[in-house]
Design a protein around this ligand. Sequence first.
Ligand code: GRG
Length: 307
Amino acid sequence: MNAVIGADFSQRLEEAAAAVESTLDQLLGATTLEGEIARPQRLLAAMRYATLGGGKRLRPFLVIESARLFGVTGAGPLRAGCALEMVHCYSLAHDDLPAMDDDDLRRGRPTTHKAFDEATAILAGDGLLTYAFDVLADPATHADPRVRAELTLKLARAAGLGGMVGGQALDLAAETAQTALDQPEILTLQAMKTGALLRFAVDAGAILAQAHPEQARALSRYGAALGAAFQVADDILDAEGDTAALGKRAGKDAERGKATLVSLLGLESAKARRDALVDEAVSALAGFGAAAATLAEAARFVARRNS
Ligand code: GRG
């Protein structure tokens, strides 16, 4: 946990982010795909705004690195990572809307509904969510239709009712509930709202590589622990971080009386839990040996990030 984030890791993350940016730029270009009738200019501009020019690109990085663990590189992991990033960016644009978190700032810039308007931000999110499945279903992502179908099914399960969207619904319900959530309820909510997409990222790498089920399960355990560590770190950042570094408003959880592990356990215990989750994530990689060093560092990065 105290290891310094290595130059090699930072370089890999930067390289992946650059490749993701350029692939997203291409996917969200003006040229229509076969079967599309037209790409409305303002909607496309809002989808590009919500997606390009910011973010750590952690989810696509995890797809790329998980696939690389099995020797799979190139367009497949990059495209699957971009599909996942589209779902993530849609969730941020919708979460920022007045009906949800009502935020003005995201990734250091005005939120999508502030830069455009509410209806356009809703449609941009809808367009990104739908496009993500287009990208996964396209043969350019993988030659084998069974692999494409598995990616599509797994992302739908991670993003939908029993995953991110369901977690968001639980989170919104908790804001107006009479009784505060207890620890198991918070853990379920967080595993759904933020954990499910992060876990999908590493599952996608194993699916693309058609990995041995035992290896896929180990990677999935890593993804679940990393996802949980990410969310505790996010709660800690909200409590301790500053708005300028975060690129979004800090201190919102306490202001809204939101039940998080920080409010439930206190800062120090939340930090201890975060560190234990990082250890758990790293232990799950034991069977992969030195080949998994970058993924191990990704777990440390998630816990130590300041934005
Ligand atoms: C609206 C359906 C719907 C879901 C929203 C993920 C989510 C559910 C809301 C986002 C609210 C939020 C800030 C959650 C905390 C965890 C999180 C997803 C942080 C942002 O992810 P990063 O740090 O962001 O990976 P970047 O900007 O680097 O991509």
